[in-house]
Design a protein around this ligand. Structure first.
Ligand code: NAD
Ligand code: MG
Length: 299
């Protein structure tokens, strides 16, 4: 490694300011087909044993933020159960290979989170495959832009809520009986939770709900010794953006105007927040939202 996540660097130039070409894929897309391909920290994330012996279930673990988290967790010493959609297997294979290269176990459990019964099955398979569970990391998400409310179909509104809010609810509900004191749950909100963009009403509303649900859950589950926290990413270069997450015409400016840092973030820059919140080093942090957004002002 020429550098790792601990190397002293100017955050503005740590990654190039990308100006992605206009591109489009159908949901959920393949990260490997993007230009440029996002950085998951493959070459830079260095583990130091911060999650030694942990057993984590991560959704959306094939690409983007979830994939960067999966790689980081494995390098920190955790075994990982990965969920993603079956069509994303090739992206998942890249992550599974890196988990195994780190000497950790990867349990692949593809399937559709919009089904409550699948979410319950996912938790059971993760517990079986990992021999227990002590970290639940909900990263999967759906985001489809529309300028006009008239174009948001009832089906889309429903699927966005099922993916982003119902699935974490179903998963946490099924997981809690397996989680010993010391376990951690991390949900994924967004800067959209407090600053909703006009062209993603359904998505932004789910992110507000995730934040609220997590803070409520935190107060309830702390009585079992389980900490619940949230990561709220800002503009991060992932395949979500090129699968109608934003207006494709806006991609060349992606991230550079929104984040005071002047550039989009990379998934590799989100992973350390998830490591911190899963690790026992954050033992006194519960019900918190950690904003990782390149300096956008958050409440
Ligand atoms: P991504 O497309 O790489 O990851 C999203 C993943 O969600 C997909 O890989 C897919 O596996 C999963 N998913 C979607 N629908 C699913 C379903 N029905 N069943 C199972 N899995 C499903 O994009 P990302 O940007 O890394 O997104 C990860 C999370 O980060 C999402 O919750 C997103 O809302 C959040 N987020 C992203 C940004 C950003 O700028 N990229 C900003 C704020 C929040
Ligand atoms: Mg994906």
């Amino acid at each position: 490694m020429t550098r790792d996540q601990y190397t002293f660097a100017d955050p503005r130039s740590l990654y190039p300011t990308i100006s992605p070409e206009v591109q489009h894929q159908d949901e959920p897309g393949l990260q490997s087909q993007m230009t440029p391909v996002p950085d998951l920290g493959e070459e830079t994330y260095r583990g130091t044993g911060r999650l030694t012996g942990r057993r984590a279930l991560i959704t959306g673990a094939d690409s983007g933020i979830g994939a960067a988290v999966a790689i980081a967790y494995a390098r920190e010493g955790a075994d990982v159960a990965l969920n993603y959609l079956p069509s994303e297997q090739s992206d998942a294979d890249h992550v599974i290979a890196l988990i195994e290269a780190a000497g950790q176990k990867a349990v692949a459990i593809p399937g559709d989170l919009t089904s409550a019964s699948f979410c319950r099955e996912l938790v059971e398979k993760a517990v079986d495959g990992l021999g227990g569970l002590d970290a639940v990391v909900n990263v999967a998400g759906k985001q489809v832009w529309h300028e006009d409310i008239a174009d948001i179909t009832d089906e889309q509104f429903d699927l966005t809520f099922r993916t982003n809010v119902y699935a974490p609810f179903w998963i946490v509900k099924a997981a809690v009986p397996h989680l010993a004191p010391g376990s951690t749950i991390i949900n994924t909100a967004s800067a959209e939770a407090h600053t909703p963009a006009p062209d993603r009403l359904d998505y932004a509303a789910t992110k507000g709900a995730i934040n609220n649900l997590s803070k409520g859950m935190s107060q309830q589950l702390i009585s079992k010794g389980i900490r619940v926290n949230v990561v709220a990413p800002g503009p991060t270069w992932t395949v979500l953006q090129v699968t109608d997450g934003v207006d494709p015409e806006s991609l060349p400016e992606f991230g550079s105007s929104e984040a005071p840092l002047g550039r989009a973030g990379q998934p590799a820059e989100q992973a350390p927040a998830y490591v911190f919140l899963a690790s026992a080093e954050s033992s006194f942090v519960a019900g918190e939202t950690l904003n990782v957004n390149g300096g956008m002002v958050s409440p």
